[in-house]
Design a protein around this ligand. Structure first.
Ligand code: 4NP
Length: 163
């Protein structure tokens, strides 16, 4: 089992969207038994809340259901359990590097490095913007999700078949 944790600031907009999009892709590819997916925030303000209504609506328009997710803050155990700890923006990335046990730092990756053809490096925080921001978040997340799944297959799943 490969464990993937998506991380943003509040765990109510970007990382729940990534959890929903990546889960749907993994399910479509028949890999739900091999990849476990969760999300968390570096902040605790929204602990226990469902994803932001705007994030849910934008996701629903593309067929993703985020309604059962609840926000939580990342905890130390996460750094040990998850193989991929995927940050939405550079601030999330550097915050994670600071709180991670040093030997776990290599698990932390910036999400859009899995979509090198995009001209941007970060999934921008849509919280204080309009609905366009949420659609843009979905575009970026859909692209990077395909790249992340390719990486997991290459690094873990395909190799396992050969062994
Ligand atoms: P997220 O968006 O990190 O994508 O979940 C935010 C949600 C809430 C806040 C900031 C960003 N906030 O300041 O409460």
């Amino acid at each position: 089992m490969i464990n993937v944790l998506f991380v943003c600031l509040g765990n109510i907009c970007r990382s729940p969207t990534a959890e929903g999009v990546f889960s749907a892709l993994v399910e479509k590819e028949g890999l739900s038994q091999s990849i476990r997916i969760d999300s968390a925030g570096t902040g605790a303000w929204h602990t226990g809340s469902p994803p932001d209504d705007r994030a849910q609506a934008a996701a629903k328009a593309r067929g993703y259901d985020l309604s059962l997710q609840r926000a939580r803050k990342i905890i130390d155990t996460d750094f040990h359990i998850f193989h991929y700890i995927v940050a939405m923006d550079r601030k999330n990335y550097t915050d994670l590097l600071h709180i991670a046990p040093p030997e776990m730092r290599s698990k932390i990756q910036l999400f859009l490095t899995f979509a090198p053809n995009l001209s941007v490096a970060e999934v921008p925080d849509p919280y204080y913007g309009g609905p366009d921001g949420f659609a843009r978040v979905l575009d970026l997340i859909e692209s990077a999700s395909r790249g992340l799944l390719r990486d997991i297959r290459r690094q873990h799943l395909d190799n396992n078949k050969e062994n």
